[in-house]
Design a protein around this ligand. Structure first.
Ligand code: GAL
Length: 342
């Protein structure tokens, strides 16, 4: 009996190891289901990546349950109940371990920005070397998106739990789709779609990264850009963004600037290949500088499934850089791996 039990246990362990091995991802497969190390689809939408002490952390909207279109809706403001912000960790950007929900919903306080009835989108986390805190900014909104605010949470550890400080309109201006960028000198900025999404505001942050410091500029005036993702290459600043068509895909745009709060020049659509004019059915959310490789960047997009948001997928593609002309393109690839950066 004991022997039989031991055999069974051994068989179960072997099977467990095999199934775990089977979960290893060797390729990025844009638009396909992407499983974490436990074999569950990665659930981190509108996300951002932080690299800290040898590990990448992916934070995103943790979307579970039914997609709701409120009865009063006059536009496609589909949403899921707020459940929080998830975190995954990885060493290779391909295999991600679920670290849990690091900013949790607050179901028992209807006045909280984190109440299930509200909107929490596009979380981004940066590390503050001075305060040694991990600082998360979110798009905090009401179900009809009229609040248009930014929320801030902090944590001592990248895997949380983050404590929520509260929300505000940066420099008294609306703030919806947003991202954070830390420059080489440690100064951080929030880019946010402001003025009813018509104009991008670039808000410089205080030394502790928890507030705007009062200095900001209006850029892409009346150009209706959303989903900003900012990175630095060859001493220039780049912003990848989408147009404003809600959850439906549109054409991406890349812009460049010599100085972050200076003038930005629109370069056009960097995507090439089939469905490039629809960003391969994706919407930008982040650009990852690959550590340990020169001039290697990954453009991250969400592929929203607007009537079933929890089943939205991801499109991660390498940015191709022609170093003679400094031209950046994002060609479609069905599957790829880090060899693309050789
Ligand atoms: C998109 C935006 C998403 C979400 C959606 C709501 O334009 O990028 O993050 O806010 O609108 O319709």
């Amino acid at each position: 009996m004991i022997r039989q039990f031991a055999m069974l246990l051994l068989a179960a362990c072997t099977w467990g190891t095999m199934s775990l091995q089977a979960q290893k991802n060797d390729f990025f497969r844009p638009q396909q289901v992407w499983n974490d190390t436990e074999g569950n689809p990665i659930n981190a939408h509108g996300g951002g990546i932080l690299y800290h002490e040898g590990t990448y952390y992916w934070y995103g909207e943790y979307k579970v349950g039914k997609t709701i279109l409120p009865s009063w809706a006059t536009w496609e403001c589909y949403r899921t109940d707020v459940t929080g912000v998830s975190c995954y960790s990885s060493k290779d950007l391909l295999n991600w371990k679920f670290e849990g929900v690091v900013l949790k919903a607050v179901p028992d306080d209807p006045d909280s920005d984190l109440h299930p009835s509200q909107v929490v989108e596009r979380p981004k986390v940066i590390y503050n070397k001075k305060t040694k805190k991990f600082v998360m900014w979110i798009h905090a909104d009401s179900p009809d998106y009229s609040k248009a605010a930014a929320g801030v949470a902090i944590s001592d550890s990248p895997t949380g739990e983050f404590s929520y400080i509260g929300s505000f309109r940066p420099n008294n201006s609306m703030s919806r789709d947003q991202t954070l960028f830390v420059d080489d000198d440690g100064t951080a900025y929030q880019f946010s779609s402001s003025e009813e999404n018509r104009t991008m505001h670039i808000n410089r942050l205080t030394d502790d990264y928890t507030r705007p410091d009062g200095t900001f500029v209006r850029r892409f005036v009346d150009q209706s850009r959303e989903a900003p993702a900012v990175f630095k290459y060859n001493n220039k600043y780049y912003m990848l963004s989408s147009g404003c068509t809600g959850w439906s895909p549109n054409e991406a745009e890349l812009a460049v600037a010599d100085s972050i709060m200076g003038e930005w020049t629109v370069l056009g659509n960097p995507c090439t290949g089939p469905d490039a004019e629809k960003t391969f059915y994706g919407q930008s959310t982040y650009v990852i500088p690959v550590q340990g490789k020169k001039n290697a960047y990954i453009a991250c997009f969400d592929m929203w499934n607007k009537t079933d948001l929890a089943n939205s997928k991801y499109i991660w593609l390498p940015i191709k850089i022609d170093q003679k002309t400094n031209t950046l393109t994002i060609p479609w690839m069905k599957q790829w791996n880090m060899d693309e950066f050789k």
